[in-house]
Design a protein around this ligand. Structure first.
Ligand code: ADP
Length: 743
């Protein structure tokens, strides 16, 4: 039998949330594929030191770490690894164990170091052989070092991935902190400057400013474009106060600079505000809070998916020819040559240093630039004045379906965006019930003040789908209020209602207006969009609840069956299971059979016999009409005998509540501006084209409203195409009680 392939895995540089998920996925996937896996503790420091820092890992070595922050194998900064001498020692330590494949989870510094190491590998081994430090035969058995990089950094500053592992959690910490400060600031009419991390990257600052409805942001890539930016900032903030804002927030990225490259510190901003804005100003530097706490659901699943893909890549010829960085674009795993990613990352830093801000913004990508300009619209005290002779459309916004966190953010952005473009914005209250009753009011700039971070649905919402007798009243209200375009922010009920209105146009000419649906449903069950707003918040609510449930386990061996929402769509159950390390997930899509339950029961018994303390099964609320959560609990309880006891938890409405997650706020912002653009475009040319918008990969795409049912599995009220079902192999691999192939 061939000697097993030996893989090293290392976390390096600044720690970030989700590194543990990546480590777990790398270790278990590698073991499953028959590899031997070695964790290298304390980053490159451990690689240089060798010995106890390089430890063989087993399946259980990475048990129970998904929910832990930071990295359980430690990280450090190593000056020695920056020297050839240090790398010589590292190479010796690796080949002594037999490792010539590495997965590196870290920032651009760590990945650059790995690339240097790889290029020098043959030379280093030659030198070691010449010095008599290693057996010359090793030169033939380990001719090259294969490396695969995973972007691990809170800063989101690595080209080749939309998101780095840890950035989403950092955004959670920042928005939580700003939301909290916000409530005291509003009470006291205070001014705050909040400094956030990010080194040369303004991602955390810009996105947290958008997510919290801050009043000003200073980022390295796009300094204020006037020399006396202080004046212009103060003027804006004063206008905001005059328009009725009770508090003022300025977010400063730690790397912020002015156009001439002079750093803008939060302390300097405080002075400016105190002196010229004339108000006592406080600075909050968030610091290491941003690295703390449990990883978000997104970071756990990102780390897991990238870790799984890393092992597959290490085993393919791809990584031999050219080292790869595994990243994520939209919801898709991408492989990009590492050198290309490092070069582009470097270029952005250089553009900032040489004050080429157009280039810096361009390299950050289109969605970053669009977000920046959206933010500039949102922070205005009042909309731009209406141009002379400009046609003003009357556009209405409503919610429909169950409440979904992020609905308020979307209404706020849509309202302000429409007003800023010179149009009249109307709010329809209480979904289609309110539409039928004519509960329609004009919305103003300050009507939506403070809505960016608010949970629930301020405009009101419900699941009412109009029937034939209602159409007449809706048509009359459209005519009475001269509505020329309709934005429906909602779930299945909203989409279905819009679709029916489309089909009733021949009977009700008033329905001949452009209509657009924006996906907002925690269930993530809408066609045409890989994600709907609210789903990320609900997923985080589930993950937080399951973390607590797991911690509550005092019994020696316990199995939990957790029931989650989603109606007939398994997204929340599946992704919740992936993020919490569930042994099994039960979906309506697959159903439940007695045979499956028996197999799962056997797996639980094997797991417990191998020393597992906790078992976790996640079940979608409508997974099966007969094999209910209670049935499963009773079955497992009886069959588990003395081996383990079983508890059930039905999470209920807490999944729908709470403030929207940063991801949901950002997605709501992107979608809402796109929808208003659509209504204006169509309205101005008197087109009646109607659509539903969605996230596809990295892009926002429109689908003709006519296609609603064609793209849906109507009987189950979910899309025909559900991208996340392709993640089954990952869940199946990681959820086993042990590797298929013993190492
Ligand atoms: P991050 O990976 O988060 O960007 P650093 O820039 O501090 O963090 O890099 C982490 C470690 O990677 C450094 O302490 C050093 O050991 C190694 N490293 C960084 N850059 C290089 C380089 N150019 N050559 C060799 N090693 C490097």
């Amino acid at each position: 039998m061939d000697a097993p392939i030996k893989l090293g895995v290392i976390t390096s540089g600044g720690d970030s949330q989700g590194m543990n998920a990546a480590l777990r996925a790398v270790v278990r996937t590698a073991l499953d594929r028959g590899l031997e896996v070695y964790a290298i503790y304390e980053g490159y420091l451990g690689m240089v030191e060798g010995g106890k820092y390089i430890r063989k890992f087993a399946w259980d070595s990475v048990g129970g770490i998904l929910q832990q922050g930071g990295t359980v194998i430690g990280t450090a900064r190593s000056q020695e690894f920056r020297t050839r001498q240090g790398r010589l020692r590292a190479a010796k330590n690796l080949v002594e164990v037999g490792i010539d494949k590495l997965v590196i989870i870290g920032g651009d510094g760590s990945l650059s170091g790995a690339d240097v190491f790889r290029q020098e590998w043959a030379g280093l081994l030659q030198e070691l052989a010449t010095q008599g430090e290693i057996d010359p035969a090793i030169l033939d058995s380990h001719p090259e070092l294969s490396i695969v990089g995973l972007p691990g950094s809170i800063d989101n500053d690595i080209a080749g991935s939309d998101m780095t592992i840890g950035a989403d959690t950092a955004l959670h910490r920042i928005t939580e902190a700003i939301d909290a400060i916000n409530s005291t600031a509003v009470s006291h009419r205070r001014t705050f400057v909040v400094e956030v991390m990010g080194r040369n990257c303004g991602y955390l600052a810009l996105m947290s400013a958008i997510a919290t409805g801050a009043d000003w942001v200073l980022i390295p890539e796009n300094p204020p474009d006037v020399d006396n930016w202080e004046e212009s900032m103060v003027k804006y903030l004063k206008a905001g106060r005059e328009a009725g804002r009770r508090d003022t927030f300025v977010v400063v990225a730690e790397g912020a600079k002015d156009r001439n490259g002079k750093p803008i510190t939060s302390e300097y901003v405080r002075h400016v505000l105190q002196d010229r804005f004339g108000e006592e100003t406080r600075v909050t530097t968030l610091g290491h809070v941003q690295r703390g706490g449990a990883p978000s659901a997104f970071d756990r699943n990102l780390g897991t998916q990238l870790g799984f893909a890393a092992v597959e890549t290490v085993l393919s010829s791809e990584s031999k020819d050219k080292p790869q960085l595994i990243g994520m674009r939209g919801n898709r795993i991408t492989h990009t040559p590492l050198s290309e990613c490092l070069e582009k990352t470097q270029k952005i830093s250089e553009a900032i240093i040489t004050h080429d801000y157009t280039q810096a913004m361009h390299l950050r990508g289109e969605s970053f630039s669009t977000s920046f300009s959206t933010f500039r619209t949102m922070l205005r005290a009042l909309p731009h004045p209406v141009g002379p002779g400009q046609e003003r459309l009357r556009l209405a916004i409503m919610n429909s379906g169950a409440p979904s966190p992020g609905m308020n953010t979307a209404v706020r952005v849509a309202t302000r965006f429409g007003l800023d473009m010179g149009h009249v914005m109307l709010g329809i209250k209480n979904g289609f019930e309110g539409f039928i009753r004519g509960e329609i009011e004009e919305m103003h700039w300050m009507s939506v003040h403070g809505w960016a971070s608010r949970g629930g649905a301020e405009l009101g919402t419900n699941r009412k789908v109009p029937n034939e007798s209602d159409y007449y009243k809706i048509a009359r209200n459209i005519e009475e209020h001269q509505i020329q375009g309709l934005l429906i922010i909602g779930g299945w009920a909203g989409y279905l209602s819009a679709f029916q209105m489309l089909n009733e146009r021949s009977h009700f000419p008033a329905f001949n207006i452009p209509m657009i649906c924006l996906p907002a449903a925690i269930d993530n069950n809408l066609p045409g969009s890989e994600l709907s707003i609210g789903a990320d918040t609900a997923l985080n609510n589930i993950v937080n609840a399951v973390d607590k449930i797991k911690e509550s386990a005092v019994a020696q061996h316990r199995v939990f069956i957790v029931e989650v929402m989603g109606r007939q769509c398994g997204y929340l159950a599946f992704m919740g299971g992936l993020a919490t390390g569930a042994e099994q997930v039960y979906l309506n899509e697959d159903g439940i059979s007695l045979q499956k339950l028996q197999i799962d029961l056997q797996k639980l018994i094997t797991g417990v016999n191998q020393g597992k303390r906790l078992g976790l099964m996640i079940r979608n609320e409508l997974a099966h009409p007969v094999y209910t959560t209670d049935f499963m609990r009773a079955l497992f309880e009886v069959e588990g005998g003395d081996l383990f006891d079983v508890r059930q938890a039905i999470l209920g409405h807490q999944q729908q509540g709470g403030t929207p997650s940063p991801f949901d706020r950002i997605l709501a912002t992107r979608l809402a501006t796109k929808c208003i653009d659509f209504l204006i475009d169509k309205g101005l040319i008197h087109s009646t084209e109607s659509a539903f918008v969605g996230l596809h990969g990295k892009d926002l795409v429109f689908h003709p409203l006519e296609d609603f049912l064609r793209l849906s599995d109507e009987a189950h009220q979910r899309p025909k195409d559900q991208w996340w079902l392709s993640l089954w192999p990952i869940l199946n691999t990681l959820a086993q009680p042990g590797p298929k192939v013993e190492s």
